[in-house]
Structure formats: structure tokens, C-alpha cells
Design a binder for this molecule. Structure first.
Ligand code: 5AD
Ligand code: SF4
Length: 473
């Protein structure tokens, strides 16, 4: 039994990060454990978590389990969770009711939770006291130990909790079952050291650890050889890539080298304005296969609130950076994240956020009401904005964001743009869906044999969050 510990999760030392290439092992007796059995993995949260989900699935398949998308059919159920806001928590705890119910009629089912919530001391305490029917809990640092943990569950028939609150290593040999044949996530770094005062991530994912660029490039080359058209470089704070390695190789070098591999589309998320350099912008502008799409979280337009958030930039410096990006990268789409109702946010502070949105006219934005997270500094700040005001601000902000999202899409009307067609549209099976280089969702009337291709599409109509199009003649 290894329980998460908030104090340890907060700690940062200069201990060397180990790159482990043989850490994931599959004992012969576990290879056929899942023969004839099915697994169901449900992932919440960000792209990083999605990618962890792809690792978890591959490990289960190494043990001969096969996937089902119907939980009722599964022999093993895993919720790969997110901790970023209270509502992410609530969704998971709500879902646990269904699992409990299912286990009452089929006690042989093995069910567990993993991911970011598993890293939280408060969550694990609650699981141990109120959710004893769960068989296992493991965290973000030990996905590779899933076979052993499962083995122990079967052997001991007792709840296994195995969560490490540590700075973390880099484990290079975890298998992956990619969701798509055309676009792939590639981790370039793990963890975060920014400690924005509202954010749980530095506690759930450990310290900033950049992967060796040789390993990243080898993965991208391999993906290209397999026919992948797009890679998205993943990290909590990708612009800080390499800062922890001291090898004089940073994000602009990596972006350039990844672009040179020649894969059609290179994307990256998420950027922090603090580490975004001019030369990085130049590299993005220089290579046609680095997509003109930048997600640049603002969080607040008030320099006073930004300071309380520990964001390390001001409204003015953010605006300067955003304008530089827009000037240097033609046709760049810019999106953002914004939190309203941070402790102490006044009407004036909120109006400054609205001012930034009005000035930059984002292509889209994810907007949130502040949610206090246990153990973060903001949890203890006086939250003096009442819920009704928070909701009103969110509503007002969303109206503005939607207006600019629609305006941005209107510019595409009748234009011909490249779209990577990914699959059949959920709304209409005669349409395929895909994204433009600028990350706009397009539904295209096209034959299925074009799935996986980047095609020129003429935009025939636009809505706020998607567009329709046809193959350009
Ligand atoms: N409350 C509300 N929103 C949050 N985010 C992160 N932490 C919190 C929190 N405690 C938002 C930020 C971040 C996005 C992923 O989630 O906007 O960029
Ligand atoms: Fe959620 Fe953050 Fe964890 Fe991603 S890293 S799953 S956003 S808490």
C-alpha cells in the first residue's frame, strides 16, 4: 500500500531525473491473464491524460485483454481521471455509482481509478473509506506497474492502492495503442514547476521533466514511417521544453527538428506565455508543416489578478506577445483559457479580461469558473465573489467568445482550405470530419476512401463551432 501525500507532491529538489528504458516489464505468467476477457477504460481531462489512456490500453492488451466500449460487458473497468476542477471530480464520483451497482451483480469485475485524481490525498482517503468496492488505485507515476497491481488484486482479493507522490522519472518503454491511424500524441515533457496558485497539476504530475530530444525525434520518425500525418507535441508547458536538461537544446530547436522530419502537420500544446520566445515564433512562421494554431492561456486580463495567480506576466506583456504572434504568423488562429471569479476578482478586473478578448478576438476559448483545489495556495485565498456573480461573468464572457469564434469562422466562407479527414462525422454519416491547419472543425461531404488524407476543401457554410464544406474542384 502506497498512499499519496500532499507534502511530498509539493516538494521540488534538484535530484537528477532518471530516464528508464526497461522499467515496464511483462511477466510471462501475466501475458495471458486477460484471454477471453474485456476491458473498458474511460478517460477524462486533457490530451496528456488521453495519451496516458492509450498507454493503459496497450498494457491491458499486452495481457491479452480486448477492448469494449460497453462498460456492462467488461471484466476490468478503469476510470482515468482528471483533477483540474470540482466538476471533473463530481463526474467521476457520479460514475462510481454505476460501477458499484454493476459490481453488486458481477462481483468478479475488477474496477479501479487512475490518473490525476488518484494522486490526490483527499480523494484516496475518500475511496478507502467510502468506496471499498474499488479494487485498485494507481497514479500518474506508475502506469507501467499496472500488470503487477492487477496481479496483486487477483492474488490477495484486497483493495490495492499504489500511488507515488514524487518528482518523477521518465519511463521510455511503455507501449501505446493509438486511437487514430493519422494523428498521434507525442509527449515531450512531463510535470510542471510553474505552481500557478489555482492549479493542481504540479502536485498530480510531478516536476518538469523533458524527454531527451533523441527519443522524441525517433518517435516522430517512426510515426512518419507508419504513415501518420500529424503529431501533437504534448506538455503542460511546452515552451519550457529543455530548460531542465541543460543541453542547450530548447523548444525552438525541437520544433525545427520535428518539422524537418517531414511529417505533414506538427502541433503543440500547451504554451505558457512566460517561456514563449521570439525565435520560437520565427521557427513556427518559417516551417509550413508547423500549424498556424497557438493555444495561449490568458487566465485573466487583469495584471493584479495575474499576480495573485502567480502567472509571471502582465496584461501588457501578454498582449505584446499575442500581437507578435499574429503579426509574424500569417493566418494564425489563437485560442485561450480563461478563469472567471478568481478570489478577489472585481468587476473592473473582469472588464479587463473582456478588454483583452475584445482586442485579440480569439478564435475560441475555454472558459471556467474558479474552482478551489485542495492544497493549492488559492484554496486559502478569500473567495469573495458570490456564485451568481461568477455565473453572470462566465455567461457574459461566453457570449463575447462565441461572437468572435463565429466572426473568425465567417472569414472562411467560400475559401479553399486543407483539411485532414479523420473519420465519419458523428452528426451525419454521409459526411467526414476533420480539422483545418488552424484547428477548425469541418464536416465535409466526401467519400470514405479519403479518410486519412489531407484534402482541399471549399467551405460552404459556417457556424460558431464548426463549418461545412465540399471537396474543392
Ligand atoms: N479552477 C478553474 N479553472 C482551472 N484551470 C486550471 N485550474 C483551475 C481551477 N482551479 C483551467 C485553466 C487551465 C485549464 C486547463 O483549466 O484555465 O488553463
Ligand atoms: Fe486534468 Fe491537469 Fe491532470 Fe490533465 S494534467 S488530467 S487537465 S488535472
Amino acid at each position: 500500500m502506497e498512499l499519496p501525500n500532499l507534502k511530498n507532491a509539493k516538494r521540488r529538489t534538484d535530484a537528477e531525473v532518471k530516464v528508464l528504458t526497461n522499467e515496464y516489464i511483462m511477466n510471462a505468467h501475466l501475458e495471458s491473464l486477460g484471454k477471453g476477457k474485456k476491458y473498458f477504460v474511460k478517460t477524462y481531462g486533457c490530451q496528456m491524460n488521453e495519451h496516458d489512456g492509450e498507454n493503459i490500453k496497450a498494457i491491458l492488451e499486452d495481457m491479452s485483454f480486448t477492448e469494449t466500449d460497453n462498460m456492462e460487458d467488461a471484466d476490468i473497468i478503469l476510470l482515468n481521471t482528471c483533477a483540474i476542477r470540482e466538476n471533473a471530480h463530481n463526474k467521476v464520483f457520479g460514475y462510481l455509482g454505476r460501477i458499484k451497482h454493476l459490481k453488486e451483480s458481477r462481483p468478479d469485475i475488477i474496477a479501479g481509478i487512475c490518473g490525476c485524481m488518484a494522486q490526490e490525498e483527499v480523494v484516496v482517503k475518500e475511496i478507502m473509506s467510502k468506496h471499498k468496492y474499488l479494487d485498485m488505485v494507481f497514479g500518474t507515476h506508475n502506469i507501467h506497474e499496472l500488470p503487477e497491481i492487477l496481479d496483486k488484486v487477483i492474488e490477495t482479493k484486497s483493495q490495492q492502492i499504489s500511488v507515488y507522490s514524487k518528482e518523477g522519472d521518465i519511463i521510455e518503454n511503455i507501449p501505446v495503442k493509438r486511437e487514430s491511424l493519422y494523428k498521434a500524441w507525442v509527449n515531450i515533457m512531463y510535470g510542471c514547476d510553474k505552481f500557478c496558485t489555482y492549479c493542481i497539476v504540479p502536485y498530480t504530475r510531478g516536476k518538469q521533466r523533458s524527454r531527451r530530444h533523441e527519443d522524441i525525434l525517433a518517435e516522430v520518425k517512426c510515426l512518419k514511417e507508419q504513415g501518420y500525418k500529424e503529431v501533437t507535441l504534448l506538455g503542460q508547458n511546452v515552451n519550457a521544453y529543455g530548460k531542465d536538461l541543460n543541453d542547450n537544446y530548447n523548444m525552438e530547436n525541437l520544433l525545427e527538428d520535428v518539422a524537418k522530419v517531414g511529417i505533414d502537420r506538427v502541433r503543440f500544446v500547451t504554451s505558457h506565455p512566460w517561456d514563449f520566445t521570439d525565435s520560437m515564433i520565427d521557427v513556427i512562421a518559417k516551417y509550413d508543416n508547423i500549424m498556424p494554431y497557438i493555444h495561449l492561456p490568458l487566465q485573466s486580463g487583469s495584471s493584479r489578478i495575474l499576480k495573485l495567480m502567480g502567472r509571471r506576466y502582465t496584461k501588457e506583456s501578454y498582449l505584446e506577445l499575442a500581437h507578435k504572434i499574429k503579426d509574424k504568423i500569417p493566418n494564425c488562429s489563437l485560442t485561450t483559457d480563461i478563469i472567471v471569479g478568481f478570489p478577489g476578482e472585481t468587476e473592473e478586473d473582469f472588464n479587463e479580461t473582456m478588454d483583452v478578448v475584445n482586442e485579440l478576438k480569439y478564435d475560441s476559448a475555454f472558459t471556467f469558473i474558479f474552482s478551489p483545489r485542495v492544497g493549492t495556495p488559492a484554496e486559502n485565498m478569500t473567495d469573495d465573489v458570490d456564485l451568481k456573480t461568477k455565473e453572470e461573468r462566465l455567461h457574459k464572457l461566453n457570449e463575447l467568445v462565441n461572437k468572435y469564434a463565429h466572426d473568425a469562422n465567417l472569414k472562411y466562407q467560400d475559401k479553399i482550405v486543407p483539411v485532414l479527414l479523420e473519420g465519419v462525422s458523428e452528426k451525419n454519416s454521409e459526411y467526414l470530419m476533420g480539422y483545418t491547419d488552424t484547428m477548425k472543425l469541418v464536416n465535409v461531404k466526401a467519400p470514405k476512401d479519403l479518410i486519412g488524407e489531407i484534402v482541399n476543401v471549399k467551405i460552404t457554410s459556417v457556424k460558431t463551432w464548426s463549418m461545412d464544406g465540399e471537396i474543392a474542384k
